[in-house]
Design a protein around this ligand. Structure first.
Ligand SMILES: Cc1cc2nc3c(=O)[nH]c(=O)nc-3n(C[C@H](O)[C@H](O)[C@H](O)COP(=O)(O)OP(=O)(O)OC[C@H]3O[C@@H](n4cnc5c(N)ncnc54)[C@H](O)[C@@H]3O)c2cc1C
Length: 221
C-alpha cells in the first residue's frame, strides 16, 4: 500500500545483483541493468546487511554490525469474550518484573487502547515472551507457547476457559539491544559512512528503536 502511494519512485520485488562504488558514483545492478546514483541508503536490519550484494570492501567494513544482539520474541495475540475475563483491563497493559519469575514479559490491552480491534463483546490481549531476559522461551511452536502463557495470564487477569482467537508471530531476531558499549557500534557506523562517500546506514539500530525514532531519523537525514 505504501509503495503504491509513493508511485514510480519506489521499485519493489527487484533482483539486486551488485552495489559498488565507482569513482564518485554508486553503481547498482538490479534486474540485470546497471544504474548510477549519488547516494545509497541501506535500511535493512543490521543482521541482513551481509546478505546484500555489496562490494567486498564495504561488505567487510560492515561485518562488525553482525555482533549487534537481536534476541527472539514471540508475540501472541489472544481474544476472549469479555465475560471470560474478570480484570477490568482498564489500562494500557502490564509489565512483569524479572523478580516475579514469570514466562510472560508483558501484556498489552489493544482493545482497551484502540477501537474496533475485536468484534463487539470481545477483548484482545497482546502477550510478549522471550527477549533478552528469557530468549529460550520465545518459540515458533504456538502450542508450547500457550502451555507456558495461558496458566500465567489466567492467574494474573482472572481468565476462564480458552481464547476464541489465537494469532502468534515468532520474531527470530526482534529488536536490537542497545547494550553497554553500544556507542562503539555507532562510532564505527559513522566511520564507514565517512569512508564510503554517499553511503548512509539507517534503521532502528542507530538512533532509537521505536517507529517514531525511525521516522525522525529518516526526516533528519
Ligand atoms: C515484536 C515487536 C514489537 C514492537 N512494538 C513496537 C511498538 O509498540 N511501538 C514502536 O514504536 N515500535 C515497536 N517496535 C519497533 C519498531 O517496529 C521497529 O524498530 C521499526 O519498525 C524498525 O524499522 P526499520 O526501518 O529499522 O526496520 P524494518 O521495519 O524491519 O525494515 C527493514 C526492511 O528491510 C527488509 N529486508 C531485510 N532483509 C533484506 C534483504 N536481504 N534484502 C532486502 N530487504 C531486506 C525487510 O523486509 C524490511 O522491510 C516493535 C518491534 C518488534 C519486533
Amino acid at each position: 500500500m505504501l509503495s503504491k502511494a509513493l508511485g514510480e519512485s519506489v521499485k519493489t520485488g527487484v533482483s539486486l545483483r551488485s552495489i559498488e562504488r565507482n569513482q564518485d558514483k554508486w553503481v547498482i545492478n538490479w534486474n540485470d541493468h546497471e544504474y548510477s546514483y549519488d547516494q545509497v541508503i541501506l535500511t535493512t536490519p543490521a543482521h541482513s546487511l551481509s546478505k546484500l550484494p555489496l562490494e567486498r570492501s564495504l561488505h567487510s567494513a560492515l561485518e562488525f554490525l553482525r555482533a549487534i544482539d537481536y534476541p527472539p520474541v514471540s508475540v501472541l495475540n489472544l481474544a476472549f469474550k469479555r465475560s471470560q475475563v474478570s480484570h477490568p483491563l482498564d489500562g494500557f497493559g502490564l509489565l512483569i518484573p524479572e523478580c516475579e519469575k514469570r514466562s510472560v514479559l508483558g501484556v498489552l490491552f489493544p482493545s482497551s487502547i484502540f477501537q474496533h480491534r475485536t468484534p463487539e463483546g470481545d477483548v484482545l490481549l497482546t502477550i510478549f515472551v522471550g527477549g533478552n531476559r528469557q530468549p529460550e522461551l520465545a518459540t515458533p511452536d504456538t502450542e508450547e507457547l500457550l502451555r507456558h502463557v495461558l496458566p500465567e495470564i489466567r492467574e494474573i487477569l482472572g481468565i476462564k476457559d480458552s481464547p476464541c482467537f489465537i494469532h502468534h508471530k515468532y520474531w527470530e531476531k526482534s529488536i536490537p539491544q542497545y547494550n553497554l558499549g553500544y556507542g562503539q557500534f555507532l562510532k564505527q557506523i559513522k566511520d564507514v559512512e565517512k569512508k564510503f562517500y554517499g553511503l548512509q546506514i539507517m534503521g532502528n539500530y542507530k538512533d532509537g528503536i521505536s517507529l517514531s525514532n525511525c521516522i525522525e531519523q529518516a526526516i533528519r537525514s
